[in-house]
Design a binder for this molecule. Structure first.
Ligand code: SAM
Length: 289
């Protein structure tokens, strides 16, 4: 093992074709993430940075470490956080959230069951999408203005522990809130003494952040969702894998429930139980029945 400073002066280690193939298949098998040839440098830079922290000098030794039993499982969690793209924003694709709000207003207005609304953010990252959905639900309830109270809950799932931790904290730098209209900022956030904005408790207590690898959807005990929101995640998966994931999500929609995907994230996918939402700004479907 070399000293940290000697290592830091080394150029990025070359990755052999075999090493690249091993890392590619490990990442794809475990997370679905496809590392294309174009992202090889991204992989090398991030692996090297982590290897330097650990004093490991070659990719094969680090591979052994990551795949070695229980200790490997812990290291895998750390590595995944470095490699998964976690970029997100509040109301990232505004039209999709508008469509969700209208759908919920309509659902509340016509509901005879009194069942709470269930929403799910799949690949939720640090929570911005989750709170955007919670705000849509809260606003829909205000708009529907029914005398009886309507309950709702938002499930938030991601593969990354650190992303989930941030989401649960529900605290954000004001710079991250520039897409939130002032009226909603005042209604659903409180400014804290540390200068961060925190989501109000009445939304936080309606959320549940939990780890779920989308490759394990078949075993997820989540059903009867009114809204499933899955954006900017499928792009990292192979085409056949995207379709398989979407088919699994459809099975988790309540009859009449809505699935919202990122525009352009799946081409030509159809499902016999779904009807497309007639709004060309979004890629969304409702479940028949
Ligand atoms: C680019 S972020 C998108 C966040 C949010 N959906 C949005 O549109 O702003 C992608 C998220 O997907 C998560 N992710 C990647 N692979 C995953 C998998 N196999 N299972 C669950 N989440 C995954 C990442 O950890 C990351 O938080």
């Amino acid at each position: 093992m070399q000293s940290g400073s000697a290592w830091a002066l080394q150029p990025l280690a070359e990755m052999t074709e075999d090493e690249f193939n091993d890392w590619q298949s490990l990442l794809e098998t475990r997370s679905g993430m496809v590392v294309s040839e174009q992202r090889r440098m991204f992989l090398q830079v991030n692996l090297t940075a982590r290897m330097r922290e650990l004093g490991v000098s070659d990719y094969s030794s680090y591979y052994q470490k990551v795949t070695d039993g229980a200790c490997g499982a812990v290291e895998w969690v750390v590595l995944l956080d470095r490699l998964a793209v976690q970029e997100t924003q509040f109301f990232r694709h505004a039209a999709s959230f508008e469509v969700v709000t209208d759908f919920l207003v309509n659902k509340i207005a016509n509901d005879q069951t009194g069942k709470p609304l269930s929403l799910w953010s799949v690949g939720c990252s640090s929570g911005e999408e989750v709170w955007s959905l919670a705000i849509c639900a809260a606003e829909a309830i205000r708009t529907a203005n029914k005398n009886k109270s309507v309950e709702f809950g938002v499930i938030a799932t991601d593969i990354s522990h650190s992303a989930l931790r941030k989401g649960r904290q529900a605290k954000y730098d004001p710079k991250r809130l520039d897409r939130v209209p002032v009226e909603l900022l005042e209604r659903y956030f409180t400014m804290q003494s540390d200068g961060l904005y925190r989501v109000v408790d009445r939304l936080v207590k309606r959320s549940c952040f939990t780890r779920l690898n989308m490759l394990d959807l078949a075993h997820a005990p989540i059903f009867g969702m009114d809204v499933i929101f899955c954006q900017n995640v499928l792009i990292y998966f192979r085409r056949w894998q995207r379709r398989e994931i979407l088919n699994r999500l459809v099975a988790r929609l309540a009859p009449g429930g809505m699935l919202v995907i990122g525009v352009g994230e799946v081409a030509g996918w159809q499902h016999p139980d779904l009807e497309p939402v007639a709004d060309e700004r979004v890629l969304a479907f409702t479940r028949k029945g």
